[in-house]
Design a protein around this ligand. Sequence first.
Ligand SMILES: [Fe+2]
Ligand SMILES: [Fe+2]
Length: 183
Amino acid sequence: MQAGQALAKNDKNQGVRDVIPARCITIRLPDPSWRTVVNQTPVKAMDPERIPELPVTRMNSTHHDEVALVNRIARCLGEAGAPCDELDSLLTEWVTHTEAHFGRENRWMQTYGFPAYPIHAGEHERVLGHLRDLCARWRDSGDTSELVRFVNEEWPRWFEQHLAGMDTVTAQFLAQAGGPDLE
Ligand SMILES: [Fe+2]
Ligand SMILES: [Fe+2]
């Protein structure tokens, strides 16, 4: 028997490999640690008492709803072993709520001709983009550290400043212009 014939006889998969080229298929199995939130840092979010009262009722109710929602996210992030499914749906709700919140203010500013519309709307766009990125990164990595930092520090600071600055000026303008509380 020739050497080549012996090799072909012993290699049972030779024919299959001739037809289907060898290829590496990576199947990403769910990491069990992703099924629950793993976080050692306490998460506190924001005290609703710090929300300023603006002269547009609908803006105030939106701001209170958002703080309540972010506080639920904070509780979920701070709770050892909270289900990731719960965090996932709360984050989806946060993005949807923020889209509606910012979209409504943008629409009112345009309708009533608010002069600083591009600055205020640009800030909305930047923060919404950042929130979407954070959620996407958590979904991709399962690492909550960026979200914890955002909910604990960056978002409450930004939200308070935004309400005290751009939202206050906008609400005063809208109220003088006849107000969007008609909607
Ligand atoms: Fe607002
Ligand atoms: Fe705003």
